[in-house]
Design a binder for this molecule. Structure first.
Ligand code: MN
Length: 757
């Protein structure tokens, strides 16, 4: 049964007026006619198509149109484009049809929303990255492309449960990697938070449920505290006759999880799970800024503010348009509480971002900070011919960083990403100034070009006409603009090095009589964590890869057995071992031709030694059974296993989602995996002895290496050991924590350096 039932036809017809109702900006007769036309065309074009969930496909464009209108605040053109956004991609209609029927503007936006689907040449290209770049190219024409894309993504995330798990992982990772930050950058806070929470829910369902449960369980207590905190403020503000509302909002599940990860603390340890928001109805006879400060003054009459926690985004709004006054005050029971003070207008901008700006500024008035940002993206897109993946990294870097404000000698304000150097500033002013820069004066003091700027600095660039960009500059610029300009200067050099590296590699293998095969390149790519042949050639040409080492990497047929057992006898209370030694051993892939290709439709189950089975454990995050993991297919039959939350895995999922496979651990305790734990405590007699005894005897865990160092009565140490799973590890950590004198025991995520024995 593919075609619509009578009930569905009736239900869809009702949606037309529902869309109009959700769009306060679609009021004219022309608007309504145009939407009707798009509605009918899309309805007819998607006839017979159904989504995975079984519902008629047309429900998706309808939902996207409603989100665009209601939650982002877009107008009739956007509603039309949202209704038509999948028509060119999925039906027989072409872009030309769209142009004839709806005009140039609509056709261009739809073009931006249509994915590239032709297959690219093998190599560094990622279809996901290419598509994202394409979308951004259209952004510089019309920001509505991104806004509709975000509406599309939001609806897909809301309905993601009907997708198979490996697709859920791909889509959730992309969302977290690019779309949520983009929503943030465009000031769409509500959408950003929902995208993040939904991503977390699909990536780590158990974690999500647990945090949400704890949030619900602690709600009453939190509300009581909020009431108690707000009461004196309410009394005071009521007396002064201000019209306002005061709310206490818990932080989102994702932001709590993120904080738990970053600070490695438990839910219970995060005390500031909410912020108090005061939103006032401005008195038209006074500037809003004055009213914000007046409220600040009244609040801090009651509660003591934390000296360094005042954020004034009223005098200098954030680049995405956000305006508010934030402060942190000492509340009852010695708790720090964040307070956000905003006018109604500021609040609407905070929630709805770009679209709300239109309402207050009107289209075509002053250039906002957001317009300037879009202009910068356009420059970036035009000035670089970096491959899509490189571009994506740079774009993301510029998207995320928080900002600093610095001043020109004449007192002009410039915004730069945090971490920018004097040279970034020079390139920001003009690329010519960047090229000619030789030094800088920051606050009248002479500094080098690599000097990192701080908010409030006044910067003057010193130039010389004879100066040329230096390659080393790439090591300390952070802005995309500076990077791409300098890279452009060295493009030819890169080409030469690629040629040279290619010749060197070919000569080396001719000498060794090893044929150059694609398997060989795969080994090299994995061994050096590179994604293209070009990169390998380049690194060889630039002598960043030693050819002797190349031979070692490809000669290693199978990885070393990682299950090796030996025990260490520790007799002294504190044994001082040599410092950590760096090794650069890369994982090798199993080239056993008998291995079967991996079937992505079913989870890959890790239940044998990696020599018998075709997987390796990623060194960057070192997962063990019990960890939530995901697999990345390096070829048809080899899987690298990462923790789901590993930043590298996130990146692979968002750029190479088609190579992602779900992974489950066997439930049998047959394998042991290397884990490193970090311990610190007070260096009293016997602590280390108690510790090693517990590890090797009582729990019968196999210890590989141990390293301890004590300074002034406090020790810190690392232990590498082999363990079955997180269950055993958690039990071990619990027992270790019970030893007198031990302060903390934590698992180390990344084992890139081996402890020497
Ligand atoms: Mn869609």
């Amino acid at each position: 049964m593919k075609f619509l039932t009578e009930e569905e036809k009736v239900a869809i017809e009702k949606e037309y007026s529902a869309i109009l109702k959700s769009c306060p900006r679609c009021r004219t007769k022309e608007d309504k006619e145009l939407i009707r036309k798009a509605f009918d065309l899309a309805n007819e074009a998607h006839q017979g198509m159904r989504r995975r969930s079984g519902e008629p496909y047309f429900y998706h464009p309808i939902s996207v149109a409603k989100i665009a209108a209601q939650e982002i605040g877009l107008g009739a053109t956007s509603v039309v484009c949202a209704l038509l956004h999948d028509v060119v991609e999925d039906t027989d209609y072409t872009l030309e049809d769209m142009q004839v029927l709806f005009g140039e503007k609509v056709a261009r936006i739809i073009d931006g929303l249509t994915k590239i689907s032709n297959v690219f040449e093998q190599g560094s290209t990622s279809l996901q990255a290419e598509n994202f770049r394409k979308m951004l190219l259209t952004l510089s024409d019309d920001v509505r492309v991104i806004l509709i894309k975000l509406a599309d993504r939001l609806h897909n995330m809301r309905t993601l449960y009907s997708m198979p798990e490996y697709k859920q992982l791909k889509i959730a990772a992309e969302t977290l990697y690019l779309y949520a930050p983009l929503a943030h950058r465009l000031g769409l806070y509500a959408i950003k938070i929902e995208l993040e929470d939904l991503s977390l829910k699909f990536q780590h369902p158990a974690v999500f449920d647990e945090i949400q449960k704890k949030l619900t369980a602690s709600e009453k207590e939190r509300q009581l505290y909020i009431d108690r905190f707000s009461e004196p403020i309410i009394t005071k503000l009521d007396e002064s006759g201000v019209r306002y509302s005061i709310t206490g909002r818990p932080k989102s599940v994702y932001s709590i999880w993120n904080k738990m990860q970053v600070k490695s603390v438990a839910f219970e340890e995060i005390f500031d799970l909410f912020a108090i928001r005061i939103i006032f109805d401005p008195d038209p006879s006074l500037p809003e800024k004055t009213q914000c400060w007046s409220l600040y003054s009244q609040v801090t009459d009651i509660y003591q503010p934390k000296p360094d926690r005042l954020r004034d985004w009223v005098s200098t709004p954030k680049a995405n348009g956000y305006e508010a006054l934030h402060t942190t005050v000492m509340g009852p029971d010695g708790k720090w509480v964040e307070i956000q003070i905003r006018s109604k207008r500021m609040d609407e901008i905070a929630e709805r971002g770009y679209a709300a700006h239109w309402k207050y500024k009107g289209e075509g008035t002053d250039e906002t900070e957001l317009d300037k940002w879009i202009k910068r993206i356009r420059e970036l897109l035009e000035s670089t011919d970096a491959n899509a993946l490189e571009f994506l990294d740079e774009f993301k870097m510029n998207l995320f960083s928080s900002e600093i404000f610095v001043f020109t000698p004449k007192g002009l304000l410039k915004r730069l990403p945090k971490g920018s150097t004097a040279l970034d500033f020079a390139y920001d002013i003009h690329s010519q100034i960047g090229d000619r820069a030789i030094g800088a004066k920051v606050n009248y003091k002479l500094v080098s070009l690599s000097h990192v700027l701080a908010s409030g600095d006044q910067v003057e660039i010193l130039t010389s006409d004879k100066n040329e960009p230096q390659k080393e500059w790439l090591n300390f610029v952070t802005t995309a603009k500076a990077k791409s300009r300098i890279k452009d200067k060295f493009k030819n050099e890169r080409k030469e090095l690629i040629e040279k590296g290619k010749a060197d590699l070919e000569a080396k293998f001719a000498e060794l009589e090893i044929p150059i095969t694609s398997m060989l390149f795969k080994k090299l790519m994995i061994g050096y964590e590179l994604y293209s042949k070009e990169d390998i050639y380049y690194k060889i040409g630039a002598k960043e890869i030693d050819l002797e080492n190349v031979q070692k990497v490809i000669n290693r047929k199978t990885r070393n057995k990682f299950i090796r057992y030996w025990r260490l006898q520790i007799t002294k209370t504190t044994s001082r071992l040599p410092l950590l030694k760096r090794t650069s051993e890369a994982p090798a892939i199993n080239s056993n031709p008998e291995l079967k290709p991996v079937n992505r439709k079913v989870p890959f189950i890790v239940d044998e030694d990696s020599e018998e089975q075709n997987y390796s454990i990623a060194k960057c995050c070192n997962p063990i059974p019990g960890d939530e993991v995901v697999g990345y297919l390096i070829d048809l039959s080899n899987v690298i296993i990462h923790k789901k939350k590993c930043p590298n895995a996130q990146k692979l999922m968002s750029s190479f989602g088609d190579k992602i496979v779900t992974v489950k651990w066997t439930t049998k305790k047959v394998l042991s995996f290397l884990v490193r734990i970090k311990i610190n405590g007070l260096d009293n007699i016997g602590v280390v002895n108690n510790l090693t005894t517990l590890i090797s005897k009582e729990l019968d865990v196999n210890m590989r290496t141990i390293y301890f160092d004590a300074v002034d009565g406090v020790f810190e140490g690392f232990i590498d050991l082999y363990i079955h799973d997180t269950y055993d590890l958690d039990a071990l950590i619990r027992d270790l924590k019970k030893i007198k004198g031990i302060n903390s025991v934590k698992r180390v995520e990344k084992i890139e350096e081996e402890l020497s024995e």
